[in-house]
Design a protein around this ligand. Structure first.
Ligand SMILES: [Zn+2]
Length: 63
């Protein structure tokens, strides 16, 4: 199961949830203020990886 990060729309509390792909998060609520329907945050990992891979695949050493 993938791990998703959510942010509460009311108190801005961020929390992570292990969730099935088919679940849209509508049944989740904030652990701090119990507000429902938190906002899903995209993981920072995807953007970091796409940047680092572009520099890694170049020809090295010219003789
Ligand atoms: Zn909250």
């Amino acid at each position: 199961m993938p791990l998703y990060e959510y942010e509460c729309r009311v108190c801005k509390k961020k929390f992570e949830v292990l969730q099935r792909m088919s679940d849209d998060g509508s049944k989740l609520w904030c652990p701090k203020c119990q507000a429902d329907k938190p906002k899903r945050i995209l993981s920072l990992f995807s953007s970091v990886f796409s940047k680092s891979t572009s520099t890694a695949c170049g020809p090295t050493g010219s003789t």
